[in-house]
Design a protein around this ligand. Structure first.
Ligand code: ADP
Ligand code: MG
Length: 622
């Protein structure tokens, strides 16, 4: 019985995804098979999980498996599973629209002509549509487990703008995806080619993937299992090759690239569990999007049964780049997400995951400098969040952080706090940093001048996360971290005396400037920070950095108005000119400019930019 066929348009985003996928994956055609097999495997996982509470769902077909079959003459390739299947509503929701909010954000982030990085495509939940890279028509036949033959659904599309839906009697539950191969892609209707792809991409799918046995170039009636079909993490480390780990990571993380490193551990004792954790070599999609996709990351298994994606429960946010598997022996199979969130065993597993990942990063830092560099570039700023998020591990995390510094090479963040301490000047007990909203602004801060003159290294902080962690990261190894723009400078007795003399000598000038600037400033004083620049802003201990205040205001947040403290360099020609300028209007312009320069270099926004320009022009025109 075939009911009337209904035709529906794809949701607009699907059409966009289809275009993107077929273009971007053109040079990675192979991956369609990995994606379809991965969906089939997910479907088997879901059924196995639902069957824990409803064993009758499995019926007399309990051996969950995947079949890959082709027909050269008909030019078709099918991927079938006896997993959960889909109802009509599920077909519409899953194959006709884009459900994942992460995918939507990703699409929105691609402007017009921009080509998506093919590496990322497989990660954002459009795996199914990759079928259209090699097929000009795709037919899906599916029936939800627990329904009867009449509930079967036929979905069909050429991937252009519409799909058709019909009801069809299907004898078995599960899903068959039938690709009508493009003429140019008939290479995929080949036994050895398919076996090879399955071996490469899907060997450790935990369900058997079967193909018809081949004899003398012809298929026989016998099925044989062509993948390893074992849970890789359950094997002993010594039985797993690096290549197997790498291949497993690629299928788990939907990545094309090898992982940077991994750690595989079995914990015995009062609580038994296995963790297999990978650090990717490049930031995964959700990280680039700046938002965590709770579906990606860490898979929780209980005694080999996939339970759920549980990255949020098993990893802190600052390790959200980690991909992997946790298999726990002692949790109840019917565990729910709510239970996971308040479970002592889960807390222990989470702590163990954190420890393993930090161990692994430490090992990279110690033994594999090149890989560690790659790690820092990709995830260094994410790891920094751990300073705030994970106070228990703060010291370990801090040791792993790398920063740019006045002693480093450009904007590259490669100076550790230990390096810094090793280079401290005799008598120096403070770790100094400057913060700004770009490398250039940090490296060019006038506040650095006195430090450079004395040969004191200063860390350059210019990432937004730096500002956030610095609020709580106030010491390392017993040494305080201080902002060069804040508070008192470490002056020795001779310096102090010089400073006092300079301040004394400049008293009339300071008085003049205070009058000229009026209530725009809290204070004007002679700076110990400057050698070359005429002026800079100094902050009190609890004052927000001006660039940060600007960012927060731009983001619509209330920031209390605070008037700056202006520090001046009486030796500078501009400052000297103000001292001697007898024309009151000119002196006022110059004083105003002195303040505005300090504000600009500190990354503050000018209160009145057009007045600033007019003033500049008045002075330049003489
Ligand atoms: P993802 O696997 O990341 O969710 P896909 O585009 O690969 O994205 O698949 C979309 C959805 O279609 C899946 O989430 C699933 O609900 C459904 N689906 C795809 N293939 C199957 C299948 N073989 N059996 C059951 N459901 C499937
Ligand atoms: Mg998928």
């Amino acid at each position: 019985m075939t009911a009337t066929t209904e035709t529906r348009p794809f949701e607009a985003e699907v059409a966009q995804v289809l275009r993107l996928v077929t273009h971007s994956l053109y040079s990675h055609k192979d991956i369609f098979l990995r994606e379809l097999v991965s969906n089939a495997s997910d479907a088997c996982d879901k059924l196995r999980f639902e069957a824990i509470g409803q064993p009758e769902l499995l019926g007399d077909d309990a051996a969950l498996h995947i079949e890959v079959e082709f027909d050269k003459d008909a030019k078709t390739l099918s991927v079938r599973d006896n997993g959960i299947g889909m109802s009509r509503e599920e077909v519409v929701a899953n194959l006709g629209s884009i459900a994942s909010s992460g995918t939507r954000r990703f699409l929105e982030s691609l402007s017009g002509e921009q080509q998506a990085d093919a590496r990322l495509i497989g990660q954002f939940g459009v795996g199914f549509y990759s079928a259209f890279v090699v097929a000009d028509k795709v037919t899906v036949l599916t029936r939800r487990a627990g329904t009867d033959a009449g509930a079967g659904v036929r979905w069909e599309s050429d991937g252009k703008g519409e799909y058709s839906l019909a009801t069809e009697d299907l004898a078995a539950r599960g899903t068959a995806v039938v690709l009508h191969l493009k003429d140019a892609d008939l290479e995929f209707a080949d036994h050895w080619k398919l076996r090879d792809l399955i071996h490469t991409y899907s060997d450790h799918v935990a369900f058997p993937i079967r193909m018809k046995q081949y004899k003398d170039g012809k298929p026989t009636a016998e099925w044989e299992t062509v993948n390893n079909a074992s849970a890789l993490w359950a094997k002993s480390k010594s039985d797993i090759s690096d290549d197997e780990y790498k291949a497993f990571y690629k299928s788990l993380g939907h990545d094309f690239a090898d992982p940077l490193a991994w750690t595989h551990n079995r914990v015995e004792g009062s609580q038994r569990f296995t963790t297999l954790l990978f650090i990717p070599a490049q930031p995964p999609l959700d990280l680039l999007m700046g938002a965590r996709d709770e579906r990606r990351g860490l898979k929780l298994y209980i005694k080999r049964v996939f339970i759920m994606d549980a990255a949020e429960e098993l990893l802190p946010n600052y390790l959200r780049f980690v991909r992997g598997v946790v298999d726990a022996d002692d949790l109840p199979l019917n565990v729910s997400r709510e239970i996971l969130q308040h479970n002592r065993q889960i807390e222990k597993i989470k702590a163990s995951c954190v420890k393993r990942v930090l161990d692994l990063i430490e090992k990279l830092a110690k033994d594999e400098p090149e890989k560690f560099k790659t790690f820092c570039r990709a995830f260094g700023n994410t790891l920094k969040e751990g300073i705030v998020e994970d106070p228990t591990n703060r010291a370990r995390i801090a040791r792993l952080l790398r920063f740019a510094s006045t002693n480093g090479q450009g904007a590259e963040q490669n100076v550790s706090l230990d390096d810094y301490i090793g280079r401290m000047q005799p008598g120096q007990d403070t770790i100094w940093y400057v913060s700004a909203d770009s490398y250039k602004a940090a490296a060019g801060s006038p506040q650095l001048e006195a430090f450079k003159a004395k040969g004191i290294e200063v860390l350059l902080m210019f990432d937004r996360v730096d500002e956030w962690i610095l609020g709580q990261f106030t010491e390392y190894e017993g040494k305080p971290l201080k902002n060069v723009a804040k508070g008192e400078l470490p002056l020795d007795a001779a310096d102090k005396q010089k400073q006092e003399e300079a301040a004394k000598a400049a008293e009339p000038l300071v008085k003049k400037l205070k009058e000229l600037l009026g209530d725009q400033v809290t204070d004007v004083r002679v700076s110990a920070r400057l050698t070359d620049s005429p002026s800079c802003l100094a902050l009190s201990d609890y004052e927000l950095a001006p660039h940060l205040a600007r960012l927060l205001r731009e983001a619509g947040q209330e920031v209390p108005d605070s008037k700056p403290t202006l520090e001046i360099n009486p030796a500078h020609a501009l400052v000297k000119r103000i001292e001697t300028e007898s024309d009151a209007a000119k002196a006022k312009d110059l004083a105003q400019l002195l303040l505005e320069q300090a504000e600009i270099t500190a990354g503050a926004s000018l209160a009145d930019p057009s007045a600033f320009v007019q003033r500049m022009n008045r002075l330049l025109a003489g």
